[in-house]
Design a protein around this ligand. Sequence first.
Ligand code: MN
Length: 135
Amino acid sequence: MPDKKTRKEKKLIFVIQKHKATHLHYDLRLEKDGVLKSWAVPKEPPMEEGIKRLAIQVEDHDLEYADFEGEIAKGLYGAGQVQIWDKGSYVPVKFDEKEIIVELEGRKLKGLYCLIKLKGSGKNWLFFKKKLINP
Ligand SMILES: [Mn+2]
């Protein structure tokens, strides 16, 4: 059984960047194996249980990108304003190819969140706050 100290050492970066590109979306990023695993969420990420959001997996980003805010110039991929919408750390509970459960410690998103890969699709996932069965 890992003690509290061990859990603390496992804290990893989590960030959500609000991105006003051609279509407004929210880029959810989780540090994993030295990169930021990334998903584009077309609607505001849920702060409460009971709301499920589509999350489209996109290419990994460098860790340094977690601090990026500013303007991506016209003509470049993703042109538009990027601002950090939420940032903090997370503790992985489960992290595999089809299911990710994380405990988020952000300013807006706190608690257990799930990313579940949709069957038959290469990159579509569902992102939602996990219902606590025994609170
Ligand atoms: Mn984006």
